[in-house]
Write a protein that binds this ligand. Structure first.
Ligand SMILES: [Zn+2]
Length: 134
């Protein structure tokens, strides 16, 4: 008889939540260790256990870490923005980018305008409608 010690697994957040025994075959233990109970709760409330497993199985092994990160991020965004989730943030950022691009264009035109009026080398050879060369 071998003197093997039984391997004791600390229940992952998913198994702890489901009140089941967590073992080496647990599919979620790798992604939701006991310390990530809050992350699991968020994902569980948004997707549910079966959908989370279904999503996880639908992607290749090497993409599963990123998939879980995405699920966690989306779940957290849904808590903050219940109606549109991360789309709210993406839309807000898109509006800010548009605003910044318009402001940049305005500043570029101002620079062109000042460069054009600061031309002391004599009469301008530039014709109307042609952009300045930098
Ligand atoms: Zn588990």
């Amino acid at each position: 008889m071998a003197n093997a010690l039984p391997v004791v697994y600390k229940a992952c957040a998913a198994c702890k939540h489901q009140r089941r025994r967590c073992d080496a075959n647990c599919e979620l233990a790798k992604y939701f260790p006991a310390e990530k109970a809050d992350d699991f709760e968020d994902v569980y409330h948004l997707y549910g256990m079966q959908n989370t497993l279904k999503i996880l199985k639908s992607v290749d092994e090497e993409e599963r870490d990123k998939t879980i990160e995405s699920l966690i991020m989306e779940a957290k965004m849904r808590l903050e923005y219940p109606v549109h989730g991360h789309f709210s943030v993406a839309r807000k950022l898109s509006i800010e980018i548009d605003k910044a691009e318009k402001e940049l264009e305005f500043v570029r035109r101002q620079i062109q305008l000042f460069r054009g009026s600061d031309n002391r080398a004599g009469p301008s050879t530039r014709r109307e409608g042609q952009p300045d060369q930098p």
